[in-house]
Design a protein around this ligand. Structure first.
Ligand SMILES: Nc1ncnc2c1ncn2[C@@H]1O[C@H](COP(=O)(O)OP(=O)(O)OP(=O)(O)O)[C@@H](O)[C@H]1O
Ligand code: SF4
Ligand code: SF4
Length: 285
């Protein structure tokens, strides 16, 4: 069961929600797909970390074989190739590693080399297997790292919480593609509603079952709540804007492991979500 946690902007509480849900489950995988800035591991401090590099294949040309036909340039829809001094050169950052130009070259002048763009770290923190994707600084696309994370899920995995990147770009689409359920985290501001609307449209495109966690709730009217009512979106939980929670977070502590009130709140959210997806929650000891 894959449960993706996402929001239209950064800082709404995706990590808070996904980390704490994994922490209150009997056994779970926490998967950090926010590969440009993964931070869930700071809370879990996983042990026995194993690291695996992630690479992509980038073509390069052998000028002694190339006859300058330029078929590769015409073929590449990403404009990742240019012709400079009678030789195609490849712009690594734009290349999508589709391999098409290599297959197509009539002279067999193009080959591929591996380029490391990031890594996946796997470790354990009590009841949670912590899997973190890390994109190297300066790399433009984290999609290959996310693919690696999602393709190499341990066979025995039961409950997986995916901490998604912020926004609604292709990197988010990659993260939620196989999700069985999406939790949208929203802030109680007009800006929060705008961003909630964006991700709501996205998950509707993919026809994903979903619900909203209203985070940082204050006294008085909550525009995000009003939006959910108007659209008929299920509200899964309301988390108050709470100094103590902010303090626990900034000390890199997991609220549900430190505080009974938050343990109960996140366990109740876990039960609501797992019920939605038809998965039986085993009571947390
Ligand atoms: N209910 C809350 N009360 C007080 N502070 C909160 C609450 N929820 C989140 N925060 C604070 O807001 C900040 C952002 O939270 P968090 O890192 O979970 O968001 P995020 O959506 O994962 O952000 P990013 O997209 O940048 O990874 C953190 O400093 C956290 O302590
Ligand atoms: S398709 Fe092959 S032969 Fe033609 S320009 Fe490209 S690398 Fe050279
Ligand atoms: S591998 Fe694909 S994206 Fe990269 S240069 Fe060749 S055709 Fe373009």
């Amino acid at each position: 069961m894959k449960i993706a946690v996402l929001s239209g902007k950064g800082g709404t509480g995706k990590t808070l929600v996904s980390v704490n849900l994994a922490a209150v489950a009997r056994e779970a995988i926490y998967m950090d797909c926010d590969v440009e800035e993964p931070n869930g591991h700071l809370f879990f401090r996983p042990k026995n970390i194993k690291t695996e590099k992630v690479s992509v294949r980038i073509p390069y040309a052998d000028e002694t074989l190339c006859n300058g036909c330029r078929k590769c340039l015409d073929f590449c829809k990403f404009n990742a190739l240019a012709f400079i001094i009678n030789k195609p050169i490849v712009f690594d950052d734009v290349c999508h590693s589709c391999g098409g130009c290599v297959l197509l070259c009539p002279q067999k002048a193009l080959s591929e080399r591996e380029k490391i763009i990031g890594e996946v770290q796997r470790g354990v923190s009590e009841n949670v297997a912590v899997i973190t994707g890390i994109l190297n600084t300066g790399e433009t696309s984290g999609i290959p790292v996310i693919k690696k994370l999602l393709n190499d899920v341990p066979a025995e995995a039961d409950l997986i919480f995916i901490d998604c990147p912020p926004g609604s770009a292709c990197i988010v689409i990659e993260s939620i593609k196989d999700a069985d359920y999406c939790i949208l985290v929203a802030e109680p501001t007009l800006f929060g509603v705008h961003n909630l609307n964006m991700v709501h449209e996205l998950i509707r495109l993919f026809d994903k079952p979903h619900g909203v966690v209203l985070n940082k709730c204050l006294e008085g009217e909550n525009p995000a709540e009003k939006f959910c009512m108007e659209k008929g979106i299920q509200i899964l939980a309301r988390i108050p804007f709470d100094k103590e929670l902010g303090k626990l977070n900034s000390d890199a502590l997991i609220a549900a492991r430190e505080n009974q009130r938050y343990r109960e709140l996140f366990f109740s959210l876990l039960q609501t979500v797992t019920k939605e997806v038809g998965y039986e929650t085993v009571t947390n000891p």
